[in-house]
Ligand binder design. Structure first.
Ligand code: AMP
Length: 302
């Protein structure tokens, strides 16, 4: 069993009240793959430029992440710069330089085409669909992320992609924007009509909520005293979520609920330090300990 992801591998410049880094490895597929690799082998599809050094390549090689699908092209890697507000809940994008990403045409190596679990990170919806078309048969579970830019600017393409997706994982403002409903339960009902059977709403420090035809499951954010940098929290959440499901080879209701917990665990570690710093030294035992902590946190008697 393996897990396929398509998305950005990037360099980020990050600023928060806790510090600043000028250029560090990031990108949605990077955060996703590192988080998911604690549970399962990950096959990564993306593109990098000539400025992608061996030392960063080795971050993937040292984990169970296959990068045969990471194309190298003349030019520079995708570059993104962002700054966070005092409470870390808001961020402004200071720069998005697509570079090699501008002409990206995802191509799946033959050995990736049998994937049963697929995650389409936040990229152009027609590229997400391109990837799905190259997967043989019907995968067991397809999940995707998107953002306000695509909801507003490529709505028709996005809706076409959504028809082929089981789980949509987005934040609360994106949920409202896509569905034109303020209430998240009503929003979920609209989104089910577009294709997905499960909606996972990522709510930052307030946790996550999953809605499907069986009902609602919600957990709080893991209480942290000093989160430093929220970059990649959503992608790490998705990595924990999909990694757990692919590792368990299941999409049962019970597995989906545990996946929400593992997603939250990975997201909470990601924000503890800048960029990938915390994830790169994370141990499996710490992941399981925090999952048990979550169980305690949400337990009560009636
Ligand atoms: P998140 O904090 O979960 O939104 O993810 C942030 C990561 O996504 C950063 O490492 C960026 O390099 C990457 N990113 C930011 N904007 C985009 C975009 N428009 N397309 C693809 N990746 C992006």
């Amino acid at each position: 069993m393996s897990l396929l992801v398509v998305g950005s591998v990037a360099y980020d410049a990050l600023e928060s009240p806790y510090g600043k880094v000028d250029r560090t490895l990031g990108g949605a597929a990077t955060y996703f793959a590192i988080s998911a690799s604690f549970f399962i082998k990950v096959n990564l599809v993306g593109i990098v430029g000539e400025d992608f050094p061996k030392k960063d390549e080795s971050i993937f090689h040292q984990r169970s992440i296959d990068i045969e699908g990471l194309e190298r092209a003349p030019g520079k890697c995708f570059f993104w710069a962002g700054r966070y507000s005092e409470n870390l809940n808001e961020r402004v994008t200071l720069a998005t330089e697509l570079n090699v990403f501008a002409d990206f045409k995802p191509r799946l190596p033959e050995k990736y085409r049998e994937s049963k679990f697929v995650f389409l990170a936040n990229i152009a919806p027609d590229l997400q669909r391109d990837v799905l078309k190259q997967v043989k048969g019907t995968p067991k579970l397809v999940a995707m992320d998107t953002m306000n830019y695509w909801i507003a600017g490529s709505n028709a393409e996005l809706r076409e992609t959504l028809k082929h997706v089981d789980v949509l994982m987005i934040n609360d403002s994106e949920t409202r924007q896509l569905s034109s409903e303020h209430n998240l339960l009503l929003a979920a009902r609209q989104i089910f009509k577009m294709g997905p059977s499960t909606l996972v709403v990522k709510r930052g420090e307030y946790g996550a909520m999953m809605v499907d035809r069986n009902g609602v499951f919600a957990i709080p954010g893991f209480p942290l005293e000093e989160p430093q940098d929220p970059t990649g929290a959503g992608d790490s959440f998705a990595g924990g979520f999909m990694g757990y499901l692919a590792g368990a080879n299941s999409r049962s209701d019970a597995a989906l609920r545990r996946a929400i917990v593992y997603g939250s665990v990975l997201g909470s570690f990601a924000v503890e330090q800048f960029g990938l710093e915390r994830l790169l030294k994370l141990k499996k035992s710490e992941i399981h300990a925090r999952a048990r902590h979550f169980a305690k946190l949400t337990q009560f008697k009636l």
